[in-house]
Design a binder for this molecule. Structure first.
Ligand SMILES: [Zn+2]
Length: 506
């Protein structure tokens, strides 16, 4: 079902006074090239997630104000990531306002660095995004501190100590800058610039950023998709179809690939659970804490309610996953119609609560899962099996042929998750080698990103005679160029795959 909110139903624009940035700290910053001229016309600079999928960051200059679209963390090789995330490519004190599409770290993870560098403006996000950032940024701060402590232990005499990129306290401090705005409500965020968030259908709170801009008497609508979800996914509303877009920034993560259908994927999960249960085995699901975990829990709830899988204990074993699920519970306004009907029909209080589901924060409780006999389903983080409690569950279950590991997300090369997908016979877990006897099943269609056909379908619906320029961002290798080619075939007027750091007059 497509969720649409026609422009005429939009609520009247509210005005929010701008808090202009002032210098709070004097961290060194680096720039790609000269700072954009404030007197010039509207322009955009593509600073991150350009021909790659991490570190989403674009700077829009309009009416002399600098509007930062996202402040994502770059995730790549350690040394390069550290440098890029520490030294933002602009002067943070000169940014007037930040708009955030959703809470994923590659879109929000450098917010504490931005605030630490002296930014004191507003950070506009949906309420659910703000709440997810509250746990995710703190978690990122904790990881940065733990990483720095680990590296300092290995430091050679005379080497300078390694400072964390930011701390949990820096993350908490940055939460003070958030101002929330619900979907479909218009808010003036800078002179001549009105912001409206629309459903992106990607994760809880995810939004497209729609800016209605008036500059020198000319009115234009700029739309940035953020990450675009899949239509027909459980829980969230479908991606919105905006009208009258003049300038479009579209993501292209899967611009050259297809996922397969959600229904088939759920049917395969059902079959895997049934077969493993018959063998008396356990189903182990490594899953990202925010989004994928809640999606799987809700699918299990639906399958149980329809008696398509047998009742057995389900463990959600990750403190971050448990915290994230609590945030999902706080935001029923983000659920789609189907979820609301499911809750009414089954008399359930929540998509994530059913007989047999256990949420585990405590380490002792987590260890107790290892001693359980008989069928169970264990969902744990991290999603790529690199860190976290999932490693203990894999270690304890990988050598038992009754068990199945179900991979539900993309696995980067050289990760344990990738080696499992490849069904390698021997795998190293926590420093020890194990013989993989458990079955491994890969279910690709649980992706929270639209695939090639869905991106093209969405673009077809959005394309209009006003469209002046489309920029394809957030995609790796051939994905952005493939999507750009498909858009040109649809007679899109001007489609650009920008270069990193490129600045374009609009
Ligand atoms: Zn995302």
């Amino acid at each position: 079902m497509t969720y649409r909110l026609p422009q005429e139903q939009m609520l009247p624009s509210l005005s929010l006074p701008l808090t202009f940035a002032h210098n709070r700290a004097t961290m060194r910053t680096q720039t790609f090239s000269s700072e954009p001229k404030r007197g010039a016309g509207m322009q955009i600079q593509f600073l991150g997630a350009v021909q790659t999928v991490t570190g989403s960051m674009h700077m829009l200059t309009v009416n002399g104000k600098r509007i930062l679209l996202e402040c994502g963390m770059y995730q790549g090789r350690r040394a390069e990531s550290f440098e890029r995330n520490r030294h933002l490519p602009f002067d943070a004190t000169q940014v007037d306002v930040l708009v955030l599409s959703h809470a994923h770290t590659d879109h929000s993870g450098c917010i504490p660095s931005l605030v630490k560098s002296g930014y004191n403006g507003n950070i506009l996000a949906t309420p659910a995004t703000r709440d997810l950032c509250s746990i995710m940024l703190r978690d990122a701060g904790h990881i940065q501190e733990a990483d720095a402590a680990y590296l300092n232990k290995k430091r050679k005499p005379g080497e300078p100590p390694i400072e964390p990129l930011y701390t949990q306290q820096d993350a908490i401090r940055s939460l003070e800058n958030f101002v929330t705005l619900t979907y479909g409500r218009a808010l003036s965020i800078a002179p001549g610039v009105t912001l409206t968030f629309f459903d992106a259908g990607h994760i809880l709170g995810s939004a497209m950023i729609c800016l209605d801009i008036e500059e020198k008497g000319e009115k234009r609508r700029l739309l940035f998709t953020g990450d675009l979800g899949r239509p027909g996914m459980p829980l969230l509303r479908d991606p919105y179809i905006p009208q009258d877009v003049d300038i479009l920034l579209i993501e292209s993560t899967y611009g050259d690939r297809l996922h397969g259908s959600t229904e088939e994927n759920i049917a395969r999960l059902r079959d895997v659970i049934n077969q493993t249960h018959q063998r008396g085995g356990k189903v182990i699901i490594p899953a990202f804490s925010v989004g994928r975990t809640q999606y799987i829990i809700y699918v299990l709830h639906q399958l149980l309610a329809q008696e398509q899988i047998p009742s057995c204990p389900v463990y959600v074993d990750s403190p971050l996953s448990v915290n994230a699920t609590e945030i999902f519970l706080l935001h029923p306004e983000c659920y789609d119609e189907e979820t609301r009907h499911f809750l009414m029909d089954t008399g359930s209080q929540s998509p994530f609560a059913f007989a047999g589901v256990h949420y585990v924060r405590d380490v002792k409780e987590s260890k107790a899962i290892n001693t359980l006999r008989g069928p169970a389903i264990i969902i744990s983080a991290s999603g790529m099996c690199e860190t976290g409690r999932i490693l203990h569950h894999l270690k304890n279950n990988i050598e038992d042929s009754r068990n199945t590991v179900v991979i539900v997300g993309w696995q980067a090369p050289y990760t344990l998750g990738r080696r499992l997908i490849e069904k390698q016979e021997r795998v190293r877990i926590l420093g020890e080698e194990y013989v993989r006897r458990a079955d491994v099943q890969t279910l690709n269609a649980f992706s929270a990103h639209a695939d090639r056909d869905e991106l093209i379908g969405w673009f077809k619906a959005v394309q209009n005679p006003h469209l002046q320029h489309a920029f394809v961002v957030h995609g790796e290798a051939s994905a952005p160029t493939a999507l750009a080619a498909a858009m040109r075939e649809l007679k899109a007027p001007l489609v650009t795959v920008p270069e990193p750091g490129q600045r374009v007059e609009l």
